[in-house]
Ligand binder design. Structure first.
Ligand SMILES: Cc1cc2nc3c(=O)[nH]c(=O)nc-3n(C[C@H](O)[C@H](O)[C@H](O)COP(=O)(O)OP(=O)(O)OC[C@H]3O[C@@H](n4cnc5c(N)ncnc54)[C@H](O)[C@@H]3O)c2cc1C
Length: 407
């Protein structure tokens, strides 16, 4: 079966328009560095402004509704944009876009004006504010508290591993609003404006760099209308975010730069005068990498199609998420085995292949096993969704956002 997508003439014209515009408007020295940690302040400032321009053209968040600042474009156009953006090394939006479907489903009209519009237009940036030192995989054991104070809330606690470049304008996530209520019924979901009195941000230093922060809340005042959903509906709101985070949105034709580089290396490198690809062991390793990458691509494309068609999804998101986390670690090892020790040298080593991309991949594939639910947690979700879990008595999380008017 041929899975190659056949674009219409109109769609190919759109591709040409995007490609030409990017070539004319993105200077070479502003293109995404191989290691995202090497994004300079000048580049960051350039992209903060450029994202506003791209958003105004409808290209930054293409499939979200126009009325809130999205592009109102089709899934095919989004795919074309993604393909052209990656070739032009466009730096993606700084907002964690998981918040968009959540706001579309749960925010009231005023809140959509207040939060969704400035985020989709790239005026503001939001980070996902979920994990705590004692609540990661078991998110429902959160401890950060939000206490009523007149019409406002006062938030106290600590959040950790919060991803995002530089500083956010908003943090989104659940806090305990009722310490007496049982798990899952004790949370509210807040949009916290930043900076704020009593709020401190400290950078972490993970293997993948320092795009994660710890946030300390000490009686941080948040207005009552910044609560999304009801006082104790935070768990359901959180599930809308997590369904997408666990792979539920999919991605059409996701590109695998690491695989492309590996195949390029095997095809174009000689060992003792003979092409590297003549070695049966290299062939086998490279083909295994190729197959795994393509299986992941198919799972992701299937999810994207289901999401766009508003089909009910159950295990599908976690299946691709789990597979993606496992095969990336394996392919990083395979690349290292084939390319040798220079592939573990970073971007500052001139002899590192592909400008140091394999080294960045080594680190990011390992770190990537954790965010958005670990490999084990994806297995737990799959088991529950296909009815083979030992914890059947626990209700599965709210099913997909299928039917919601999200992009
Ligand atoms: C690079 C990175 C970016 C991140 N970005 C964000 C972000 O933007 N916002 C945010 O809120 N959080 C973020 N996180 C946090 C991430 O969601 C958590 O790290 C993750 O949920 C795991 O939680 P934990 O680290 O507390 O590990 P734990 O929950 O303590 O788990 C430790 C180990 O135990 C295993 N385990 C736990 N429970 C079970 C179980 N029931 N069955 C089997 N095994 C189990 C886990 O798989 C893991 O291997 C990020 C993390 C990383 C590493």
């Amino acid at each position: 079966m041929d899975f190659t997508y056949q674009y219409t003439d109109e769609q190919q014209d759109f591709r040409k328009e995007v490609r030409t515009w990017l070539a004319e408007n993105i200077p070479t020295d502003m293109r995404a560095p191989v290691d995202r940690m090497e994004l300079t302040d000048v580049q960051y400032d350039f992209w903060r402004e450029m994202h506003k321009t791209l958003a105004a053209k409808g290209w930054l968040y293409p499939t979200y509704p126009k009325e809130y600042g999205g592009g109102g474009l089709s899934g095919e156009q989004e795919t074309i944009l993604q393909e052209e953006f990656r070739d032009a090394r466009v730096v993606g939006g700084f907002t964690n876009s998981l918040v968009f479907p959540t706001l579309l489903v749960w925010a009231d009209d005023d809140q959509k004006e207040m939060f969704l519009k400035p985020l989709l237009s790239a005026e503001k940036v939001a980070f996902q504010n979920f994990t705590e030192p004692n609540a990661g995989s078991d998110l429902a054991s959160l401890q950060a508290r939000a206490v009523r104070d007149g019409d406002d809330w006062l938030i106290t606690g600590q959040k950790i591993y919060i991803s995002g470049v530089r500083e956010p304008d908003l943090l989104f996530g659940p806090m305990v609003t009722d310490t007496d209520a049982p798990r899952h019924r004790n949370l509210g979901y807040f949009m916290v404006p930043c900076p704020a009195g009593g709020l401190a941000q400290e950078r972490m230093n993970l293997l993948s760099g320092d795009d994660q922060s710890v946030f300390f809340f000490d009686n941080v005042r948040v207005q009552g209308d910044h609560l999304i959903g009801g006082d104790h509906q935070g768990w359901q709101v959180t599930q809308t975010t997590l369904e997408i985070e666990h792979g539920g949105r999919g991605q059409a034709i996701p590109r695998d730069e690491a695989l492309e580089n590996l195949i390029d290396y095997v095809q174009n490198t000689k060992s003792d005068g003979a092409p590297l690809g003549d070695d049966p062991l290299v062939q086998q390793t490279a083909v295994s990498a190729y197959i795994d990458s393509h299986v992941f691509s198919l799972l992701n494309t299937r999810n994207y199609g289901m999401y766009q068609a508003r089909q009910e999804m159950t295990y599908h998101g976690s299946q691709s998420s789990m597979f993606g986390k496992i095969y990336r670690i394996e392919n990083a090892d395979r690349s290292r085995d084939i390319m040798g020790m220079y592939s573990v040298c970073g971007t500052d080593e001139p002899r590192a292949p592909f400008g140091g991309q394999p080294e960045v991949y080594q680190r990011s594939s390992l770190v990537g096993a954790h965010p958005a639910g670990t490999i084990e947690i994806q297995k737990v979700i799959i088991a529950r969704r296909i009815g083979i879990s030992r914890t059947r008595e626990r209700a599965a999380a709210t099913p997909s956002t299928a039917g919601a008017s999200t992009g």
